[in-house]
Design a protein. Structure first.
Length: 358
């Protein structure tokens, strides 16, 4: 049953990005039908036929993983990495460019793009993002392009990345509609988050639809972080079109999340104390959290602009703000027509490492 649900969900993902007819089977029972595309791949395979199937990336160098002529649709990206720096998932930066654009449509630390906050590794079992054992990073977001897709990774570390393995699976000989929306992903952080102003999960101008986010929280303040309401502003309104009842509710859990969970469209895969061997309390300073919510079955369309914000400092059971000093970081995902507004500058590598406040 879970396999059928998974295939249905992936088909819905593609339909979200593709306004015309689908080229992806709607469920497992249709796999016998003709598949009208050519399967293709770019990978780090050893060109000599040997077993050195990875590239190395020198400090502060950028590697071009793929430069693919269109039309096509990327449907799977897999990475695994051997890097001596314990924070390499925050220091390696993924960028994706569509159709020759100079400003990337995807820009995020590799770990955060794959839902792994804080430079940490943990299990995720969602439709668009799955983490296999021993840091197998998988992305299934469908990414159509008309002319060209360019994927790069930059090593913003003083240490060389010894081995970077990758698959980029895509479909060519496909028809991409004129009105197809392009995939976008943007990393943001606030160390610490403002206890009064909302935290920004996503902001875009143009025509498209928001499809979700993941958010990481590093606690600097004692207590429950999850009471802040979500606010979504569609097409330039002053007051949010959609307002929620709390962060824990927006991410589809309840009652302060008694344990980690990872579901197809929402989850809290990480809740960890700073010293889990001695103290399992996860609301104390130093604790690490990650949550995600993917609007695959319920995308939020916009024609002019969209803003997805969330409160960070509301106290449980009251309307008062607490002066939380928690560190928030996130990746927002959406599809939109190009061109898009260039993203703000990515924080420097050293600034992306969250540390406790004095």
């Amino acid at each position: 049953m879970r396999s059928v649900v998974f295939f249905l969900a992936v088909a819905t993902l593609w339909a979200t990005a593709h306004a015309g007819g689908s080229i992806m089977p709607s469920d497992i029972s249709s796999l016998w039908q003709p598949q009208k595309f050519t399967a293709a791949r770019v990978s780090s395979t050893d060109p000599t036929g040997g077993n050195r199937d990875a590239i190395s990336i020198r400090p502060w160098d950028r590697a071009v993983l793929a430069d693919i002529a269109g039309p096509g649709m990327i449907h799977h990206i897999w990475f695994t990495i051997a890097h001596p720096d314990p924070m390499h998932l925050r220091q390696l930066v993924l960028r994706i460019y569509w159709d020759g654009e100079t400003a990337p449509s995807v820009e995020a630390p590799v770990g955060d793009f794959f839902g792994l906050g804080h430079g940490m590794v943990y299990d995720i079992n969602s439709v668009p993002i799955q983490i296999g054992s021993h840091k197998g990073l998988n992305c299934f977001w469908p990414m159509p392009f008309k002319q060209r897709a360019t994927i790069t990774v930059e090593n913003q570390s003083a240490t060389a990345c010894r081995s970077f393995y990758y698959y980029i699976d895509y479909r060519k000989d496909v028809k991409i509609p004129r009105d197809a929306r392009y995939f976008h992903a943007w990393y943001n952080q606030k160390f610490p988050a403002d206890p009064v102003a909302d935290y920004v999960l996503m902001e875009a101008e143009g025509e498209g639809h928001y499809v979700g986010c993941n958010m990481s929280i590093h606690l600097n303040s004692e207590g429950w972080w999850g009471e802040g309401d979500d606010h979504i502003y569609v097409d330039g309104v002053e007051k949010p079109n959609l307002t929620g009842t709390g962060s824990e509710d927006y991410f589809c859990g309840a009652w302060c999340y008694a344990k980690p969970f990872s579901n197809l469209y929402f989850g809290c895969p990480l809740m960890q104390s700073p010293d889990p061997q001695r103290d399992v309390r996860v609301r104390r300073p130093g604790s690490y959290w990650n949550v995600y919510r993917y609007h695959i079955l319920d995308p939020i369309p916009f024609t002019k602009s969209n803003k997805v914000h969330i409160e960070t400092g509301r106290a449980p059971g009251t309307n008062a703000r607490r002066p939380f000093t928690n560190h928030h970081s996130s990746v927002g995902y959406w599809y939109q027509r190009e061109p898009h507004q260039p993203f703000p500058p990515l924080p420097r590598a050293a600034e992306r490492v969250s540390t406790m406040l004095e």
